[in-house]
Design a protein. Sequence first.
Length: 202
Amino acid sequence: MMPNENVVSEQLGIGRSTLREAYTALAVFGFIRRSKAGTFVNEIDNIVNIAPFSITVENSDLNDLLEFRYMLEGETASYAAKRATQEDIAQLEYYYEKTKYISMGTMVAAIVNIVLNYICIQVAVATHNKLLMSTMMASKDSFENGIRLAMRESLTQNPRVIDVTIELHGKIIEAIKSGDYQTAYTAMREHISYVNLTVKYG
């Protein structure tokens, strides 16, 4: 059980109304429960089960993130190939062209940001499936943060990784552009497999 509100307010140097707002938010997210008997921190298993998806992803280990991407993004690319509009394709091609002008002298974070954020998010947008889009948006920062360091080390040791990554994204975008959902699925899985191997083994 947590200390009473007066004690916590004094320790944190905040008013009770501010503390109550914070408690309300924590209760909504499933971190605590409140009753007449007091305020209690939920068991970790309960927190994991009811926490917002973005928090669950943020606290996942790298292997879980990589497996999740492998399962999710192949289907995402497949649906994008079935549903992408000309505007969606134009956005994908715009960001893909940007990757071609990133040299090894540029910070690795730049290419990771473009490839993971813009292209992968735009593929999800092209599905026109709100749940897929929300899932990608909720998990993108954790994907980026979890993979960036490992990718940076691999890219430093093997500059060819950038070329392969760009090439694979070109295959994905071309498949989406032509409406070839099977190739889009296969190419995306090939890309994610390559990322997984690069991150794990360099």
